[in-house]
Design a protein around this ligand. Structure first.
Ligand SMILES: Cc1ncc(C[n+]2csc(CCOP(=O)(O)OP(=O)(O)O)c2C)c(N)n1
Length: 370
């Protein structure tokens, strides 16, 4: 294992002092250490991974220094465009250090959405002409190598991080001031949804909780599309389902996911009909991967959605308010509900036991037959 703090301190010693990225569960301890030791201008938790590549690029242009971009390998897709058309040596040739959590590493058991990504991670970087170094206990030599590489080659290099590499980094548990949990909110939302309504729920623990609530209630899963991967696209999947259908589609999103592809909300109001309902569970954090903060509590999402064309945006901080808002949303166009929840989830929270393909097949059958 690598002592998280020692690794971080060595990066600083080598003058890597601008961090940007989207948090990852494998990098949870490193992200916590970076957060603890930096203000929000030196540890920029970005909307998506592509933004982090661009920030590190701008930082290099301004300072000649090398930014550090952290991400889960799921985020490579978001990073490909600026890696290839901005930082690539055949374009602007901009060096930066990528630190990438390797979910789905071949031979290591992981969730279905990580398996393919894990298999192709090293190949993807190779195809992009980005050298990968698998990080291990000899981290000083690896960082030295990367530093020299960046200096000589003026292009990005990636440190790949295996599961369990970093030691625990003790930090205070992230908290906010809200009182209901995400799971309680979801339970109430689901209790207000009819048997012939459909759900598209977001990446991370939201979908896991939706699955478990259905199990507990002895309900079928064929009304729920659990967006286990493709973070940030839940609202667009729901929008796509709602087109030309009279079934109600409830999109249940998270604030990190909402922010990741917020641009989608510029389009949704011009397309969505009465059957598209948007529910945002706002806990101000990427709770599923360690509780790193998002900017969701610093921006006015209610005003934002209204300015984009939503007709009503309800706010709920209690379960009664969730129930009341769910009722008010019925039979009206462009309705959204923002539910404020506290951080945390059950220790024994399970994972969907149905494969994504079966989930999709069952749902398609159910959706198209009604
Ligand atoms: C493109 C991409 N980047 C990062 C991740 C890792 N990831 C999974 S869930 C999650 C946090 C989601 O935060 P939010 O939408 O606020 O929901 P919460 O976990 O707080 O319920 C992250 C960053 C991912 N799955 N995909």
């Amino acid at each position: 294992m690598v002592q998280t703090e020692d690794f971080y301190n060595y990066l600083i010693k080598k003058d890597f002092n601008l961090f940007a990225g989207v948090p990852d569960s494998l990098l949870k301890n490193l992200c916590a250490c970076i957060k603890e030791n930096n203000d929000s201008k030196h540890n920029i938790i970005t909307a998506n991974e592509g933004n982090a590549i661009a920030i590190a690029s701008g930082y290099h242009i301004a300072s000649s220094k090398y930014g550090v971009v952290y991400m889960q390998n799921s985020g490579i897709g978001n990073a490909v465009n600026p890696l290839l058309s901005l930082a690539d040596e055949e374009v602007y040739s901009i060096p930066m250090l990528l630190i990438v959590g390797w979910r789905g590493e071949p031979g290591v058991k992981d969730e279905p959405q990580h398996v393919k990504q894990g298999k192709v991670t090293l190949e993807l970087f190779k195809t992009m002409g980005i050298e990968t170094i698998i990080l291990d206990e000899d981290y000083k030599a690896k960082i030295d190598y990367c530093y020299d590489y960046l200096r000589k080659n003026n292009k990005p290099i990636a440190l790949i991080v295996r599961k369990g590499l970093f030691t625990d980094y003790k930090t205070s548990k992230p908290e906010n001031n809200y009182s209901i949990t995400r799971e309680m909110a979801l339970e109430t939302v689901l209790s207000k949804i009819n048997d012939d309504d459909f759900i598209v729920s977001t990446t991370g623990k939201t979908s896991r909780e939706v699955f478990e609530i259905r199990e507990r209630n002895n309900q079928k899963h064929s009304n729920d599309f659990l967006t286990v991967g493709s973070m940030g696209h839940t609202s667009s999947i729901a929008l796509g389902m709602s087109i030309g259908s009279d079934k109600n589609i409830y999109c249940i999103d998270g604030d990190g996911s909402f922010i990741m592809h917020m641009g989608a909300f510029a389009i949704i109001p011009s397309i969505a009909d009465k059957n598209f309902k948007y529910i945002l569970i706002n806990n101000g954090a990427h709770e599923s991967v360690g509780g790193q903060p998002t900017v969701a509590f610093n921006i006015n999402i209610e005003k934002l959605l209204l300015s984009l064309g939503f007709e009503n945006v309800y706010i709920a901080k209690t379960l009664d308010e969730v129930s009341e808002s769910m009722e008010k949303m019925q039979n009206k166009k462009l309705q959204a509900l923002i539910i404020y929840t506290k951080l945390g989830s059950r220790e024994d929270l399970g994972r969907p036991t149905i494969s994504p393909v079966d989930n999709k097949k069952n749902m398609m059958k159910n959706f198209q037959n009604k």
